[in-house]
Design a protein around this ligand. Structure first.
Ligand code: PFF
Length: 450
């Protein structure tokens, strides 16, 4: 069955695709800016702990559920339920997750479109077309609509080609390109004046902030968003993994790659901010807080690049190209989750489904753009702050409480016969049953309380 619905052809292919989903704007934009405004290394420390101790177990819940069912998230949650009621709640959870994945894609595509526009603007500057370069970086409806459609069309094109020829092939190409580009940029920024000050802020923890509840909850939210949890994307990627693979190991590698890229992006963005400061760009307000945290990348960094003359244009080109790639490998996983569901449950062709769902998402994105001030922030909060933690909670409940323990153990044994003697089996079931749901509820409660 798995063969007819597609499967990753190799361990490397899966790791590249799943880390491609995980590594995105959240790592290169979200994590460094949050670290910068939350005491640098203090945030980094808490983020690292939470990513491995809580987000990794939750990721494993999705991967194992997916591999067990070898089907979409709705069917997978139904399959592990022994009862009609838990089956229906599971199906509802799965469908809600798919809708949330689509909504995340609708705002993600807008931001990713800006990245492509900024990248092309650098090209326009290099070719001497200042007017076009200016249009590409100005916030206008037509620019936004055009580039969101370009980005969605790229995403749809890759997803239409299927698991092996689309997702795996492109993730294998794009992920190494992303890593190389990031390393080159980090090395370059280190050579600039002011970078060392940023490095110090990033690496020297202010221990008084490590225990701040706000910081802990922010770091946990960042870790969950970063690992693409709660909406069934990791579950669907898990469903394409062969039964011979050792899932705890694969999940561990994906977590390590995701966290490493976020940490590496911190080595770029924090020093770059202080280089900007050194060049006279204002990055802090009078009370010492970071200005324009959300739009840092579109305000501070372009100003920094502009202050560097011609090399700045090249760096800008490479940086926004990097952001576009990172966004693309994440967006394909967001679209794959609903596409897999519709093709499997309703027997409609993959290409048609990808274009239909992509078309609906483009309409939602345009609606957001037309009502930008009210909808943009609202959809981000609704999906990432409220829905993702709550859905992640449900996946943990299904893996920990609803799914029969012997069947779960049998699933894990498939690619890892000695699992029962290992550390993973001693710790993980309790984590996913008790610790993860409690902590996710804590984040959710905190989000509700504002
Ligand atoms: N993990 C992605 C990032 O860090 O940018 C965001 C993401 C991807 C969220 C896929 C949810 C998802 F389903």
């Amino acid at each position: 069955m798995a063969g007819s619905r597609g499967e990753f052809s190799s361990r490397f292919g899966f790791v590249m695709a799943a880390s491609g989903s995980a590594v995105g704007l959240g790592n290169i934009w979200g994590f460094p800016t949050q670290a910068a405004s939350n005491g640098g290394a203090a945030f980094l420390l808490v983020y690292l702990l939470l990513a491995f101790l809580l987000a990794y177990p939750a990721l494993m819940a999705e991967l194992i559920l997916g591999r067990h069912a070898h089907s979409n998230s709705v069917a997978a949650l139904r399959k592990v339920s022994g009862h009609r009621i838990t089956g229906s709640i599971g199906a509802l959870t799965g469908i809600t997750g798919l809708i949330v994945a689509g909504l995340i894609l609708s705002f993600y595509a807008i931001v990713a479109g800006w990245m492509i526009a900024f990248c092309l603007s650098a090209l326009a500057t290099l070719s001497g077309n200042a007017e076009l370069a200016n249009w590409l970086t100005s916030f206008g409806l037509w620019r936004n609509v055009l580039f969101l459609i370009v980005f969605l069309a790229l995403t749809i094109g890759i997803v239409s080609a299927g698991v092996h020829d689309g997702i795996e092939r492109w993730s294998r190409r794009l992920m190494p390109a992303l890593l190389i580009t990031l390393v080159i940029l980090v090395l370059y920024v280190f050579t600039l004046n002011g970078a060392m000050q940023g490095l110090k802020v990033y690496l020297m923890p202010d221990f008084s902030r490590v225990l701040s509840p706000q910081l802990i909850l922010d770091a946990l939210g960042a870790a969950f968003f970063s690992l693409s949890l709660g909406v069934g994307t990791m579950l669907i990627y898990g469903s394409y993994v062969s039964d011979d693979e050792n899932l705890p190991l694969l999940g561990g590698i994906v977590t390590l790659v995701d966290v490493s890229i976020a940490v590496l992006a911190g080595f770029l963005v924090l020093p770059a901010m202080y280089v900007a400061l050194h060049n006279g760009v204002e990055i802090f307000n009078a009370s010492g807080a970071l200005i324009s945290e959300d739009t840092l990348i579109f305000t501070v960094l372009p100003e920094l690049f502009a202050s560097m003359g011609l090399p700045g244009v090249l760096v800008s080109l490479v940086f926004f190209f990097l952001m576009s790639i990172a966004a693309l490998t994440s967006s394909i996983s967001m679209l794959e989750a609903p596409v897999a569901y519709v093709t499997e449950e309703h027997r409609i062709g993959r290409r048609l489904t990808a274009w239909l769902i992509g078309g609906v998402i483009a309409c939602i994105s345009c609606t957001i753009l037309l009502n930008f001030d009210t909808l943009f922030g609202f959809i981000i909060a609704l999906t990432t702050r409220y829905s993702q933690p709550l859905l992640g909670f449900m996946f943990c409940i299904y893996a920990g409480w609803v799914w029969r323990r012997d069947s779960l153990l049998q699933e894990l044994r498939k690619g890892y016969p000695g699992v029962q003697e290992g550390l993973f089996w001693k710790i993980w079931p309790w984590y996913v049953k008790v610790v993860c749901p409690l902590i996710i509820l804590a984040i959710f409660a905190q989000s509700l309380l504002g």
